[in-house]
Design a protein around this ligand. Structure first.
Ligand code: PLP
Length: 358
């Protein structure tokens, strides 16, 4: 494992005075008041002990209802409440991947995928999606071998903000079905989908291990709760492994996630849609940016196709962004997170444009 890329940026950030920080992968709004109160109340009500390994019964019930409303499922889907999607990914990789198994995901990718596949002894196979970050099913088909164990999908995506539409996902479902391939669908940014209704792979393909998190949707990154559903034998094995690792997700946080499933986050999402527009309006033409459709990131082509050099320049000018080689085999782009206040965002974008124009 190599932590050098992102650590270098954070080491630099520690030395900066009041930087314009466009590198942060979490919302800038706080947990909604009623959910904070729910967590406080949960502590007062004694939710301070281990829960069952698979998670609180009332959260399972609420998840069942939410999935019934979204997917039309009967109440026969197994759930596992995990310590974040990160925790769910660790359990999934250790459960599913044997040494030498190949795991496909799209490049650029969320950093954890590659490292967790390696941790499990698997072989990460990153399928290039440059320059537009679209889901190219033929390219994925060409990457499948007899050793392919599973495919990880992330829509809306970190770091590109790409969102896959229903017809692309249907094609992918057909391909995966032909190869009997399990798909992990990391839908942690499902609420942050700006231009089209969000489509879940789980609604189109049964052999999907669906992961959703509370971290980004409700700004609870420190609370460490997520949920997983999918084929029963896999959920059972992951639950068994959780027994010997994470034990359970934090009890009071799980309790507060029950009302979270009812919370209306549309105002926050509208704010982020507006910030996305601001980023695209200011950077689109100068940088040749592909318009991001979801999450809260833009993956911007670096002038001279040298992201590390450009990021260094940005940092010298007090703007913190992350070079693309942290998320990719290429170092031609940099990632902006627009999860910050308008003033900082405006200032940061103006500096980036000025630097690009030389
Ligand atoms: N998946 C993606 C694509 C992410 O961007 C992140 C966090 O940045 C995670 C998973 C992990 O989220 P958590 O462990 O907080 O649920």
């Amino acid at each position: 494992m190599d932590a050098s890329g992102i650590r270098k940026v954070f080491d630099l950030a520690a030395k900066m005075r009041d930087p314009i920080n466009l590198s942060i992968g979490q919302p800038d709004f706080d947990v909604p008041e009623q959910l904070r109160q729910a967590a406080v109340q949960a502590i007062q009500n004694g939710y301070n002990k281990y829960t069952q390994t698979q998670g609180l019964a009332e959260l399972h019930e609420a998840l069942g209802k939410a999935c019934q409303a979204e997917f039309g499922w009967n109440n026969d889907h197994p759930f596992l409440v995990a310590s974040g999607v990160s925790g769910a990914l660790v359990l999934a990789m250790l459960t599913l991947v044997n040494p030498g198994d190949e795991v496909l995901f799209l490049d650029p990718y969320f950093v954890m995928y590659k490292h967790l596949v390696n941790l499990a002894g698997g072989v990460p196979i990153a399928v290039d999606t440059y320059p537009d970050f679209k889901l190219d099913v033929d390219k994925i088909a060409r990457a499948i071998t007899p050793k392919t164990r599973l495919l990880i999908l992330n829509s809306p995506a970190n770091p590109t903000g790409a969102v896959y539409d229903e017809s692309q996902l249907r094609q992918l479902a057909e391909l995966a079905g032909r190869h009997n391939l399990l798909v992990i669908s990391d839908e942690i940014y499902n609420l942050f989908c700006y231009d089209q209704p969000f489509v879940s792979m789980a609604s189109l393909y049964e052999n999907t291990l669906l992961m959703r998190g509370f971290s980004k949707s409700y700004a609870m990154t420190g609370w460490r709760v997520a949920w997983v559903t999918g084929p029963k034998p896999i959920i059972e094995k992951m639950t068994m492994l959780q027994q010997y690792s994470f034990v359970c997700a934090p009890s009071m946080a799980q309790a507060a996630c029950v009302p979270a499933l009812q919370a209306d986050m549309s105002a926050e999402v509208a704010q982020y849609r507006r910030k996305r527009d601001m980023v695209y309006d200011m950077l689109g033409e100068t940088f040749g940016l592909v318009r991001p459709a979801g999450a809260f990131y833009a993956f911007v082509p670096a002038p001279g196709k040298n992201a590390t050099a450009f990021v260094q320049k940005a940092i010298d000018n007090n703007v913190l962004v992350i070079p693309g080689n942290v998320f990719s085999s290429r170092d031609t782009h940099f990632r902006i997170s627009y999860a910050t206040n308008d003033q900082k965002l405006q200032q940061g974008l103006e500096i980036l444009v000025k630097l690009a124009k030389g």
